[in-house]
Ligand binder design. Sequence first.
Ligand SMILES: [Zn+2]
Length: 139
Amino acid sequence: MEKHLCVLNYVDQLRELSSRYIQVDIEIVPNIFKWCEEKGVPEGHPFRIAKTLKNLENGRYLILINQYLTSENISSVLVGIEHSNYFSSDQIKKITDQKIFLIHLLLHEISHALDETRSEEQCDLWALSQIETNQLTLD
Ligand SMILES: [Zn+2]
């Protein structure tokens, strides 16, 4: 398993996938925390790997994803999900795959944009159900 996943390699596929659900802009940035700091956007989490912002002027969503996903990034998300107990161990195993993890990460953010009232858990479950139902993968 490669140590880092470079998200730039998949941005076209991520844009294509997102367009099936919602009109959204996707920007791959070196570091979301620094990006937010520079733009004056509040962000309290230095290790955030994805974030959805809404443009209040036109209502359009922007999804930010960090350029590199490390195995540490992935395992810390998975540990959180495992701790919350709403995924089976098979389901957790499925999103351990780096590319599936990336799809899950994107769909989680899309889920927030589709319905801002959804909880983190609901977004995770919705994202996984999309992956399973549509057998989503990245080339
Ligand atoms: Zn979320």
